[in-house]
Design a protein around this ligand. Structure first.
Ligand code: MIC
Ligand code: SF4
Length: 646
């Protein structure tokens, strides 16, 4: 019997199905997490379920993404979220308290529990041995209503860490190495579980950097065991009582397959523009001049990371050609830096201290200059995400970032022989004053603002689908392409008709206008790993609002495919991927009796037809029987409402 921790947690939470690779399973969700940019829709949808109080053990709502507040919209969202939390029994982490994943790890994580979060980096909590999965907001809303979460049983891949990292090589380099090995789609349908003698050398924040950025491989989640290092972390957080031991599996045989990484031979790595798997050794880029350095994000903003940065910056000033921004991951980190003098060192170095929030990571301020090179400790460097379309973003460790900020060019941090490593405190001052715990909400009224609009629901699936190809895109299209974020568009997250005007605008400015004109609906044609990146369900709802009925691609990223189904858009894959090349924009594609096909359980090969090219297109799908029911019902919300009303 396998001793993989991921398997044990799934077993303990299994509601339906058997744990055979690829089979449909449903699991009980203990905790949920939302952030403001996905949370408003999640809670609007939760409200329509008519459930008086969340049914999870613990649900937490964070405000960290949309904190620029250039007008009333985000402030209204925050007020809405606070009132919803008070009404339905949800913990509320106020703006200023920090980035959801960092704060969740510090204050809420519990080894062995399940967590579902409306953010793709929810697996961060896997650093503390939680089985933490990112999902669309509607899936999280339904989990708050007590429904199990559905997924296909992933393959459990053991990542065997051997040996010990060299100085100035850290957690970021481990996950960049994995990305180099497996690529941005190598984790789809997989859980990465870390084991081996090397794990004992890594602290929880370093582990969380790894599980966080595991999302960039497309993995369902990543998880570390709970050991002495985890115990020490819970002690530091004064949460000793919540610590649970979950020793690592010992044998390769506990996993479906194993990837080995020798920590002792690992070198500092960098992901080049514009993909997190475009990884090379730092030595290959040494001397490259940079314009900007940004340190922070849910990947690398822990106390350990920022004390390391300060140790490198101490007594020195950032290069005159570089603008350095630092966003500590949480108020706890910020307070600790202030208390032990580290903040003073960072300020003295010329760093611009930014809010404890996502900020530059998703283009909320601190955009690089035109054609600027920006070196960031973040997890995504998709083109344009920084807010500057022609900027070049590099991803690296805090060690590389700090050393390079001083030099004005990329440097190998292993040359910093005179830097002494900081002593991370064993105990912290704990202050949860910015977390509002649940109380009796029976008299609370939810406060809406004028930009908060009802979430549209898909119409029932039509019998006949003869629809136009409205756009054709290539491989690895991200949700940042489909539904961009950034300072101008993010404030529209609670208003689908408005945000829908921006769908695909970075690829084709006419998309929304053209799509809306097609009364019969439209189909998107794409390449492999379509919809990688974020969990934002806006990348499904907004196209649905514009009349997209089918997305026909070579392959999907997990969360986006689930979001399409949740909002009644049919995800189909080419049986022969080469056929994608033969299809053109404006071709008419017919999907004969698709409704009947799904009603009959979709058991045989389905064949669509490009009427324009007179070409049959055999297609595959991985729709579970539940997914087919959702599509027939016009999406998950309709489906659950029907179920609850029975
Ligand atoms: C991201 O990093 O892309 C985001 C912004 O955190 C998204 C969520 C969102 O779009 O609101 C994610 O990772 O899921
Ligand atoms: Fe926030 Fe960036 Fe992390 Fe997304 S990846 S949660 S935007 S810090």
């Amino acid at each position: 019997m396998s001793n993989a921790n991921a398997r044990k947690i799934l077993e303990a939470h299994l509601v339906e199905g058997s744990l055979d690779k690829g089979k449909d399973i449903s699991i009980k969700i203990d905790h949920t997490l939302t952030q403001d940019a996905t949370g408003t829709l999640a809670y609007l949808q939760f409200e329509t379920l008519g459930i008086p109080r969340v049914k999870t053990e613990k649900s937490v709502s964070f405000v960290d993404h949309n904190t620029l507040q250039t007008d009333f919209k985000n402030a209204d969202d925050h007020r809405f979220l606070q009132s919803v939390a008070a009404k339905y029994g949800i913990y509320f982490s106020r703006a200023g308290n920090g980035i959801c994943h960092q704060v969740f790890l510090e204050r809420f994580s519990v080894p062995g529990k399940t967590l579902l979060g409306s953010d793709s980096h929810t697996p961060t909590a896997g650093g503390a041995a939680m089985l933490a999965i990112g999902a669309g907001g509607l899936d999280v809303a339904v989990a708050m209503g007590g429904e199990p979460f559905q997924l296909k049983m992933p393959e459990i891949v053991g990542i065997k860490l051997k040996g010990k990292l060299q100085p100035f090589v850290s957690g970021k380099d481990i996950i960049l190495e994995l990305l180099r090995k497996v690529s941005v789609k190598g984790g789809v349908g997989k859980i990465f579980e870390y084991f081996g003698d090397g794990i004992a050398t890594l602290s929880v924040p370093e582990r969380a950097t790894i599980t966080n950025m595991g999302a960039e491989t497309g993995a369902t989640t990543s998880i570390f065991p709970s050991d002495e290092k985890t115990k020490a972390y819970f002690g530091m957080q004064k949460r000793d009582k919540e610590w649970v031991s979950m020793p690592a599996a010992k044998n390769d045989k506990d996993f479906d397959s194993v990837i080995e990484i020798d920590l002792s031979t690992l070198v500092p790595l960098i992901a080049k523009p514009h993909s997190p798997d475009n990884v090379v050794p730092v030595t290959e880029l040494e001397g490259t001049a940079i314009d900007q350095v940004a340190i922070g994000s849910c990947t690398n903003s822990s106390l350990r990371d920022l004390m390391m940065v300060a140790a490198i910056m101490k007594g020195k000033t950032v290069a005159p050609t570089v603008s350095l921004g630092i966003s500590p991951g949480s108020r706890q980190v910020m307070q600790q830096l202030a208390k032990n003098g580290t903040l003073g060192i960072l300020i003295q170095s010329g760093a611009r201290i930014l809010e404890s929030a996502c900020g530059p990571c998703l283009g909320m301020g601190f955009a690089p200059p035109s054609r600027g090179k920006s070196l960031r400790t973040f997890n995504r460097n998709f083109q344009g995400r920084s807010g500057t379309e022609d900027a070049e973003v590099y991803l690296a460790s805090p060690e590389i970032a700090a050393a390079s900020a001083l030099a004005g060019k990329i440097v190998d941090p292993r040359k910093l022989t005179s830097v002494s490593f900081p002593e991370i405190p064993a105990s912290l001052h704990i202050d949860d004053g910015m977390i509002i715990p649940p109380a009796d909400g029976s008299n609370v009224s939810v406060i809406y603002g004028p930009n908060i609009k009802p979430v549209p629901v898909a119409p029932p699936m039509p019998d006949i689908l003869k629809i136009k190809v409205i756009i054709k895109v290539g491989d690895n299209i991200t949700t940042d392409h489909i539904m961009p974020a950034g300072a101008e568009i993010l404030p529209l997250r609670s208003n689908i008709p408005e945000i829908a005007k921006h769908v695909f605008e970075r690829i084709d400015k006419t998309f929304a206008e053209r799509a809306k004109k097609e009364q019969a609906g439209t189909v998107i044609v794409g390449g492999s790993n379509y919809g990688q990146g974020s969990s934002r369900e806006h990348a499904a709802i907004a196209p649905m609002h514009l009349g997209v009925k089918v997305v026909l691609v070579k392959s999907f990223a997990r969360i986006h495919e689930a979001n399409l189904i949740n909002f009644g858009i049919i995800p189909l894959e080419f049986a022969d991927p080469k056929q994608a090349d033969a299809i053109d924009v404006n071709d008419i594609i017919e999907f004969p009796s698709l409704r009947k096909y799904l009603e009959g359980g979709a058991k045989t090969q389905y064949v669509a037809r490009d009427v324009t090219k007179k070409m049959d297109i055999p297609v595959n799908h991985h729709l579970s029987s539940r997914a087919m029911q959702l599509l027939l019902a016009g999406g998950l919300l309709n489906f659950i409402r029907n179920k609850l009303s029975k």
